[in-house]
Design a protein around this ligand. Structure first.
Ligand code: UT7
Length: 336
């Protein structure tokens, strides 16, 4: 279908949900051989949120989505596509978590599917929303990043359990004919040769659910932390340099740099390499830990709720995660 007036994808609103329960470093000291001092020094994390046992990924996502739809001044009937980025879905095979979210939101006839790109999932989902809107196929896309990482973390593994937390963030991406409200650029990529850097080996077609898999703990996330750390710094920096150069934008002109919240040392190293001032860089890793696909929308929501994200201001998103996947995006905030 060719359109007389081109339509652009605009970032209309943001919402987020963080579960009530806080798991602090001091709580972890009682569970494993670690210390608040070590965790803060090596990661910048002080606490993370943990979903209730009966609280699912779709429950958290639905709460974030309701806020985002409300702030976009839309009703659920206006949403014509739901894309949920998650690697901790309600069910590992089917149905998709986005279908369950559609039901919880009371939307009956809507295209809905999930994206699996680990921590890069939200930015990957934004690229999908952009393509659907610019092609004229959809008008209002609900993009969600939601994770219940506590459901795949081994709380005996001090290399991973100190890092991850639960939560959800959601955004409404709408069609606009105003070019200056539209996404400037998105770049998303992957390299499967590093698939074993971050992996949950079971359940799946390689290791279907079995007692043996459970006994070996294959249902838990496994991470090559140090190797992932080094690649993250290198890739995140390179990705941002490329997107800025391509769009002829200087890093000092970006009001809001919102990197994936995996480790403060990664954020600091990337920020320094890009010569970002502290006031440009959004940091929430201290209070939420790494919430994977939810990390960037939760950080945008914190910025918005602090009153520091205004209509027209440019956001630079940058993320890296299992796959390995990475992505960056340049887009103005077009909400009120
Ligand atoms: O979101 C997706 C991307 N994920 C990431 O980007 C995660 C990247 N990785 C990291 O954030 C870091 O690698 C970790 C925080 C996971 C680990 O920090 P590190 O500085 O790379 O530590 P390390 O693995 O090199 O371990 C250093 C030492 C080891 O002891 P020895 O061998 O030197 O005696 C570990 O056993 O620290 C020890 N250690 C700990 N000590 C206290 C590892 N974890 C802990 C812990 N508490 N929780």
């Amino acid at each position: 279908m060719s359109r007389a007036i081109p339509q652009y994808a605009s970032f209309r609103s943001i919402g987020a949900y963080a579960p009530e329960k806080i798991l602090s470093n001091f709580d972890l000291e009682k569970m494993i051989d670690t210390s608040d001092e070590w965790i803060v020094k090596r990661t910048g994390i002080k606490e993370r949120r943990i979903a209730a046992l009966d609280e699912s990924t779709s429950d958290m996502a639905t709460k974030a989505a309701k806020i985002a739809i409300d702030r976009a001044n839309l009703s659920t009937d206006d949403i014509d596509l739901i894309v949920c980025a998650t690697v901790t879905p309600d069910y590992f095979n089917m149905p998709a978590t986005s279908c369950i979210i559609s039901e919880k939101l009371g939307i009956r006839d809507v295209q809905a599917f999930d994206i699996s790109a680990a921590c890069s999932g939200f930015v990957y989902a934004l690229s999908v929303a952009k393509a659907f809107i610019e092609s004229g196929m959809k008008q209002n896309v609900l993009v969600i990043g939601a994770e219940k990482f506590s459901s795949i973390v081994d709380y005996n593994d001090r290399g991973t359990c100190i890092l991850f937390g639960d939560g959800a963030g959601a955004a409404v991406i709408s069609a606009t004919d105003k070019e200056d409200e539209g996404f400037v650029d998105i770049h998303a990529s992957a390299d499967g040769s590093y698939a074993d850097f971050l992996i949950t080996p079971s359940p799946g077609s390689v290791n279907p659910m079995s007692q043996k898999a459970l006994d070996e703990g294959l249902n838990f996330v496994q991470m090559k932390g140090n190797e992932t750390f080094k690649l993250a710094v290198k890739t995140l920096t390179k990705d941002v340099k490329e997107i800025l150069a391509k769009n002829e934008i200087n890093s000092e002109d970006i009001p809001h740099f919102i990197p994936h919240q995996a480790n403060y040392r990664i954020i600091k190293a990337v920020g320094d390499a890009l010569k970002m001032r502290e006031d440009q860089v959004v940091v929430t890793v201290d209070k939420y830990g790494n919430t994977s696909a939810a990390s960037i929308p939760m950080a945008i929501n914190d910025l918005y709720e602090s009153g520091n994200l205004k209509y027209g201001e440019l956001m630079l998103l940058d993320t890296f995660g299992g796959g390995l996947t990475w992505a960056s995006a340049l887009l103005p905030f077009s909400g009120k």
